[in-house]
Design a protein around this ligand. Structure first.
Ligand SMILES: *Cc1c(COP(=O)(O)O)cnc(C)c1O
Ligand SMILES: [Zn+2]
Length: 413
C-alpha cells in the first residue's frame, strides 16, 4: 500500500506528502492516504504475512503500511512484549487479559513509535533540525532519536515536568527548553515557531507521519495474538491520536485480509484531573471543552485534545466508552499492575489499569472477552508515585534483629 498523498480528514482535499498538517480550505487535520485497490494492485494476504514475518524485530516490519520505509533507521523501536496476565485477570474476575508493554521501547514509552516514523520522513524531506512540544515522553524520544541520527534537536517542555523525564532527555545532548507554562501553552508556542523556522516539529508540521506510528501497536497486537483480534482494548487518551490510530491499524488489516472479525470495543482512559474527552462522552457531546490539567498523569495532561471528536466517535461506534480515574485510583492501578504482573508502569499505565478495574468491577466486561490493556510508559519515569505505598523493614545487621522485626510484623498483621 504505497502512500499517495496527505488528505484532509474533513473535506478530503489532497496535498503532497510534505511537511504539511492543516487543510488550507477547512482547517481540518491532514492524514496520510494510501493507494487503493483501484490505483495499485492488492497484495495477497499470505504474501503480506510472509513479508511481515521475514522483516526486522522492530516496527519497521510493518513498512508496507507506513508512509516511509525506515531503511537503516538508527534506533529501532516497537515489537514490544504482549504478555498474558493471568494473575491480573483472576483478580478482576476476567479470563483473558493481555498487557502490551510499551515501556520496553528504547526510551521506555510508546513515543518511540511515533518519533520513528516522523523522524524517518523528516530525514527524507531533508530536515536538519528536529523539534517537539512535549508532555515528557516525547522529549525523551526526540532527543534520543535525533542523537542516534546525528541531527540537531530542540525539545520544548512545561517547566513542572517530572525530574526523571528532564534528566532522561538532557543526557542525549539536545537543546532543552523549559517553558514557564502548561503543555497547551508550550504547544501554542511551538506552532508559532514552526512557522518561523525550517524545523521538523514531529508532533506539529510532521504530525500526519507521527500519528501513523501508533498504528504499529495494533499490528503487533494482532500478530502476537496469532493473527486474531482482541475483543476489547483499553488505551490512554492525551491528544487522542494513539487511540484513534489504533482503530485505523485494525481497520487496515481487516481490509487487507490479514485478520478477520470485527473492530474491537475501544475503551478510552483519562485522568479525572484532565478528562475533557471523558467529560464529553459522559455528557453525550461530540466535541470537547478545554480544561486546565491538574493530575499526576502528566504524560496525558493535554487540556485541549486535537483528536477529541474522533476519539468520542470511535468509542461510541465500537460499543466502548471513555472513562476517567482519580489520582488515588491511578496510584492503586500502578500497584495492582506491579503486584500481579511484575510490570512497573508510569502514571499513564496506572490510568489504563485503573479504568480496566473500574470496567470489570461494574460488570461491563464479559468474562469470556479477550482484553488488551496498553501500558505506554515506564514506572521509573514517575518514581514519586511509588513513595509512601509500602513499608521498609529497618534492622541492625544481625539475625536476631531480623527475627525481631519479623515477629513484630507477624503480630501487626
Ligand atoms: C503520549 C502518550 C500517550 C498518548 O498520547 P496521545 O496524544 O493520545 O496519542 C499515552 N501514554 C503515554 C505514556 C504517552 O507519553
Ligand atoms: Zn479540509
Amino acid at each position: 500500500m504505497p502512500p499517495e498523498s496527505l488528505r484532509c480528514k474533513e473535506c478530503k482535499t489532497e496535498y503532497p506528502l510534505e511537511a504539511l498538517y492543516v487543510c488550507e480550505r477547512c482547517f481540518g487535520p491532514l492524514e496520510v492516504a494510501y493507494a487503493t485497490e483501484t490505483t495499485s494492485p492488492a497484495i495477497d494476504p499470505a504474501e503480506l504475512k510472509r513479508r511481515i514475518q521475514a522483516g526486522p524485530g522492530s516496527l519497521w516490519r510493518y513498512a508496507d503500511f507506513l508512509p516511509t520505509q525506515g531503511r537503516g533507521y538508527p534506533l529501532p523501536a516497537g515489537w514490544t512484549p504482549l504478555i498474558r496476565a493471568d494473575r491480573l485477570a483472576e483478580e478482576l474476575g476476567l479470563r483473558e487479559v493481555y498487557v502490551k508493554n510499551d515501556a520496553a521501547n528504547p526510551t521506555h514509552s510508546f513515543k518511540d513509535r511515533v518519533v520513528s516514523v516522523a523522524l524517518a520522513r523528516a530525514r527524507e524531506l531533508g530536515f536538519k533540525t528536529i523539534a517537539c512540544a512535549s508532555t515528557g515522553n516525547l522529549a525523551n524520544a526526540v532527543a534520543a532519536h535525533a542523537a542516534a541520527a546525528g541531527l540537531e534537536s530542540f525539545v520544548f517542555i512545561p517547566a513542572d515536568l517530572e525530574e526523571q523525564k528532564i534528566l532522561a532527555t538532557g543526557i542525549y545532548g539536545t537543546n532543552l527548553v523549559s517553558v514557564n507554562g502548561n503543555y497547551d501553552e508550550v504547544n501554542r508556542l511551538c506552532t508559532e515557531l514552526a512557522g518561523e523556522h525550517e524545523w521538523a516539529f514531529v508532533n506539529i508540521n510532521l504530525r500526519p507521519y507521527y500519528a501513523e506510528g501508533s498504528k504499529t501497536l495494533a499490528y503487533e497486537i494482532v500478530e502476537q495474538l496469532s493473527w486474531e483480534l482482541p475483543d476489547r482494548v483499553v488505551a490512554p487518551i492525551a491528544s487522542g491520536s494513539l487511540f484513534t490510530k489504533l482503530a485505523r491499524g485494525f481497520d487496515e488489516w481487516l481490509e487487507a485480509g490479514l485478520v478477520a472479525g470485527e473492530l474491537p470495543r475501544f475503551n478510552g482512559a483519562q485522568a479525572a484531573g484532565c478528562s475533557p474527552v471523558a467529560q464529553a462522552f459522559a455528557a453525550g457531546r461530540d466535541f470537547c471543552q478545554p480544561v486546565k490539567p491538574e493530575t499526576i498523569a502528566k504524560s496525558l495532561a493535554i487540556g485541549n485534545p486535537a483528536d477529541g471528536p474522533y476519539a468520542l466517535d470511535l468509542a461510541r461506534r465500537s460499543g466502548g466508552r471513555i472513562d476517567s480515574v482519580t489520582d488515588e485510583e491511578i496510584r492503586e492501578g500502578i500497584r495492582l499492575l506491579a503486584r500481579t504482573t511484575g510490570i512497573f508502569t508510569e502514571t499513564a499505565g496506572g490510568v489504563t489499569t485503573a479504568v480496566l478495574k473500574q470496567l470489570a468491577d461494574r460488570g461491563e466486561i464479559d468474562r469470556d472477552e479477550r482484553v488488551v490493556v496498553l501500558i505506554t510508559g515506564e514506572g521509573l519515569k514517575t518514581l514519586e508515585c511509588a513513595r509512601g505505598t509500602f513499608e521498609t523493614w529497618e534492622i541492625e545487621p544481625t539475625a536476631r534483629s531480623f527475627e525481631q522485626a519479623r515477629e513484630r510484623l507477624v503480630l501487626a498483621a
